[in-house]
Ligand binder design. Structure first.
Ligand code: BDR
Ligand code: CA
Length: 358
């Protein structure tokens, strides 16, 4: 008997790496993608929504509904990331198709996300968030029953620093009295972008006792180990069977990665390729399938954490972790080959579904 697929909902702000999260969520045979909601972030909401529709069309999954959510955090000014993702949020390629579908207009992303997750049996569905946490924080505030109903919550966001892993985050920064410090974040020296966009939303998630024991947080400490190097980019362009010429779909993803690589080098001096943050949060759901996360993410020590989010001052958006007996799982490492194989496998499936268009 074929094992049941895991229902997931993806909340995202595409975004170069979000595009890979969509690919993985839409094509992994163990996942059932219930819907995609969008949030402001890498670009304004209108653009992240249209990007989600374009990516879904490009990969041959245009039937997946896209629900536009929040266009701003609930108590702050909106941040975007044109220096990293370009003005459109997905700069770098002309191969992205115009979506045929219009974004849904008469919808409420918060309620529709709730309804989809609650429509599945208790403790089966996962929520994956790869943008700012505004949408999902609103959903848990308005519909608290979803927290106990979910099987898991996987978030790409935050940065622990202070030797949590040994990744390089970019140039040191100098404080107001001239001392040099190691950089922790990517949006400020202290804070990662998704959390920095809406620290209040993040804090509401990490202080919810129904959620924290089922939450996995994919931080920069991990994602900076998962760089789309030249070797990875070539593998994804030509596939593992060295198919020539590369398909249009592969060229599109390759061009997106090249743009992302260029901005990461320009802004952070990272020469090895851009960290592919977001699909790791989808991979968490797959790793959970066998009852433990051991198969993909190292959880040998079973460490769990309380997360405090700094909401004010120059460190706003910083995520501070302290050990807890029950709390959030923050993987420190991942099996790189297994991860890239999963991405390649989904790329091959999407290629097949879209008819190997040249
Ligand atoms: C996160 O911020 C965005 O730029 C990426 O899409 C990712 O979700 C990394 O800090
Ligand atoms: Ca993102």
């Amino acid at each position: 008997m074929t094992p049941a697929r895991i229902p997931i909902w993806l909340d995202c702000d595409p975004g170069h790496d979000d595009a890979f999260a969509i690919l993985l969520a839409a094509y992994h045979e163990s996942l059932e993608l219930l819907g995609v909601s969008t949030v402001y972030g890498n670009a304004p909401l209108s653009k992240t929504t249209s990007n989600a529709l374009s990516v879904l069309k490009a990969v041959g999954k245009e039937s997946t509904f896209v629900y536009p959510g929040s266009w701003r955090p609930f108590s702050r000014h909106t941040k975007h990331a044109p220096d990293i993702h370009g003005e459109s949020g997905l700069d770098g390629t002309d191969l992205l198709p115009q979506p045929d579908r219009k974004p849904l207009r008469y919808c409420n992303a918060i309620k529709d996300m709730r309804d989809a997750l609650m429509s599945r049996p208790p403790h089966t569905a996962w929520l994956v968030a790869t943008g700012s946490l505004t949408n999902i924080a609103l959903m848990f505030a308005v519909f608290p029953e979803v927290a106990s109903h979910l099987k898991g919550l996987s978030i790409m966001g935050g940065a622990i620093g202070d030797g949590f892993t040994d990744v390089y985050m970019g140039p040191e920064y100098t404080d107001s009295v001239g001392r040099k410090h190691t950089r922790i974040g990517n949006t400020s020296p202290f804070a990662e972008f998704n959390i920095c966009c809406d620290p209040d939303a993040a804090r509401s998630i990490f202080t919810n006792p129904d959620l924290t024991p089922k939450t996995t947080l994919i931080t920069l400490d991990l994602t900076h180990q998962v760089c789309a190097t030249a070797e990875v980019r070539d593998m994804l362009l030509f596939s593992t069977v060295k198919q020539e010429p590369p398909t249009k779909l592969r060229r599109m993803f390759y061009e997106l990665l090249m743009f992302f690589a260029k901005t990461y080098e320009a802004v952070f001096g990272l020469k090895d390729g851009p960290p592919l943050h977001d699909p790791l949060a989808v991979a968490v759901v797959l790793a959970s399938m066998h009852g433990s996360l051991h198969s993909l993410f190292d959880d040998a020590k079973h460490e769990r954490w309380n997360i405090d989010v700094v909401t004010e001052g120059e460190q706003a958006g910083r995520t501070r972790a302290s050990p807890a007996s029950e709390g959030v799982f923050i993987p420190r490492s991942v099996e790189l080959k297994k991860f890239w194989d999963m991405i390649e496998d989904c790329m091959a499936k999407a290629d097949h579904a879209t008819g190997y268009v040249q």
